[in-house]
Design a protein around this ligand. Structure first.
Ligand code: DP6
Length: 512
């Protein structure tokens, strides 16, 4: 197929697909990925066709969450801050979006990452993958994952791999339709990736520029392509056989070969800082002492360590600042409602987002919403309580307020509160936010709550049918307010730990 421009390719792939948005707003997440056998050098700059095949590991719940909303003009919010449309990051994004939308369609884009931007931690990969996943949903495209991978590749080559979790291979090919990524059907539960942030300053050369320079001027470039081919084959074997030593050696050697090749370019492309080298040295010393730890590094000063779970505690002692990802056990569960939580500081300023399970295991402060529905019966007030399903990840079988959940990264709190009420209870009433409270408690074995919780109240309207979600809730009941007060005093073990705080706020509100 003779494609000349990216637009030709997009039009070909989308030929029968919808070109008008089906929804007002959609959100999608894509994981970051770390290349283990790197993509370095393009056969074709227009279509981002790589010279060599590459292999990566996706980082579970670390990546980019993007919300695309239809609007009457374009805006871009990156990590909570409005970004000028003239800024390079906006220009790059809207150039990409223009490939897919009709000229009169405008977007309000909110995109949030939980890894530093532009520091060689593959954030452009997860960003472009999240844009394409969100667009595909917004327009209701019926495309295969391979096609989505090709489209993401047009934004940034490595984004082709961020469409998937786990180990991913991206095939080199001369045909723009044949160079896509696909997952390797092999998991490695014990594998850990340690992220060591040496600097979050933007890198001196973009990957595209640096690849071009390397290819044009480095006398070692031919060798790189050859070495990468061998590493790709060896790495697949190491993964298939769960041979960690071979795996680590190939990953580290591949990264060093790539950097050696670019250091030999004119001008020299050097991403390393003195701190980077200090980490390299420490890793080598630890290995000499018998610890199985290897490293890899992309186009930036930051280092990623590769090791197995059995050595995690020991390695963390030597790198206390290291953030450890277990790529196969920390994949967010999108089959569940609200798989992420918004991490905040004590003043409710957003720090990022995180996999729900992880936050509760590590007792990290995050944002929550509680809803309390009441009704009047003569002079009495009754509260709608739910008994949490016994399969809930904590506090199963205990009685709680009407419903609670976690707002998603770009969610408006009152919209999210309504969504939760509809999802869990099957009805909706006007809700009023009456305040917030914070608490920290152990709520199960190895599970903690540390929440900044916004309380919404609403009055039940007679005639509304309650249809509670059977996977979330075991039973419901209306309880007179006075009886609930007495129960909380005399039988607190039947109730969730956060209910007394909610009831005390509600009492103040209702008596006001
Ligand atoms: C060193 O995908 O950022 O991380 O296709 O020009 O956007 P463009 O480059 P990019 O390059 C990534 C380079 C790398 C290795 C890799 O991810 O394979």
């Amino acid at each position: 197929m003779g494609f000349k421009t990216q637009q030709d390719l997009v039009d070909f792939i989308l030929k029968k697909q919808e070109r008008r948005p089906l929804y007002e707003s959609v959100s999608r997440f894509a994981p970051a990925n770390i290349a283990l056998c790197k993509y370095w050098g393009k056969k074709d700059d227009v279509f981002n066709l790589p010279t060599n095949s590459s292999l990566s590991i996706s980082l579970g719940g670390k990546g980019t969450y993007t919300t695309i909303s239809c609007s009457d003009h374009d805006t871009l919010i990156v990590n909570g801050e409005e970004t000028a449309l003239k800024a390079p990051i906006s220009q790059r994004l809207f150039r990409f979006l223009n490939l897919f939308r009709l000229p009169d369609t405008k977007f309000h884009i909110q995109t949030t990452g939980n890894l530093p931007l532009g520091a060689g931690l593959a954030s452009s990969a997860s960003s472009f993958a999240s844009y394409i996943l969100a667009l595909s949903h917004l327009y209701g495209w019926q495309l295969s994952r391979q096609e989505l991978s090709i489209l993401a590749r047009l934004g940034s080559g490595s984004a082709a791999r961020s469409i998937y979790d786990g180990f991913v291979v991206w095939h080199a090919a001369s045909d723009p339709l044949a160079s896509y990524a696909e997952p390797l059907k092999k998991t490695w539960d014990d594998l850990c990736i340690g992220l060591i942030l040496v600097s979050d300053a933007a890198k001196p050369f973009s990957s595209s520029e640096a690849m071009k320079l390397t290819k044009q001027t480095s006398p070692l470039y031919q060798n790189w392509a050859q070495a990468a081919k061998q590493d790709f084959t060896l790495l697949k074997r190491a993964i298939r056989q769960s041979d960690f030593q071979l795996f680590g050696e190939v990953c580290e050697h591949n990264a060093m070969t790539m950097h050696a090749t670019m250091i030999a370019a004119k001008p020299m492309i050097l991403y390393w800082l003195p701190e980077t080298l200090a980490v390299f040295q420490k890793v080598h010393e630890l290995r000499k002492k018998g610890l199985q730890v290897y490293l890899t590094e992309d186009a930036g000063p930051n280092v990623k360590l590769l090791f197995l779970r059995k050595d995690r505690v020991e390695i963390q002692k030597h790198f206390p600042e290291m953030d450890v990802v277990q790529p196969f056990s920390e994949i967010p569960d999108f089959s569940k409602n609200n798989p992420f939580v918004v991490r905040i500081d004590k003043r409710d300023r957003m720090l990022g987002f995180e996999n729900k399970q992880l936050v509760h295991e590590r007792c990290l402060l995050h944002r929550a919403i509680s809803v309390l529905i009441y009704r009047r019966r003569g002079k009495d007030i009754e509260i709608l309580l739910q008994k949490r399903h016994k399969n809930k990840y904590h506090s199963g079988g205990l009685w709680a307020n009407t419903c609670c959940s976690h707002p998603q990264p770009h969610g408006d709190l009152s919209v999210e509160a309504q969504k939760i009420l509809i999802y869990e209870m099957g009805f909706s009433v006007p809700l009023k936010q009456i305040g917030h409270f914070t608490y920290q408690e152990q709520v199960g074995k190895g599970v903690w709550e540390s929440e900044y919780d916004y309380l919404f109240v609403g009055q039940y309207q007679e005639g509304d049918t309650i249809r509670y979600h059977p996977e979330e809730i075991f039973a419901i009941k209306w309880m007179p307010l006075e009886q609930l007060k007495s129960e909380l005093k005399h039988k607190p073990d039947k109730y969730v730990v956060w209910l007394p705080e909610i009831m005390s706020m509600f009492n103040k509100y209702i008596n006001h």
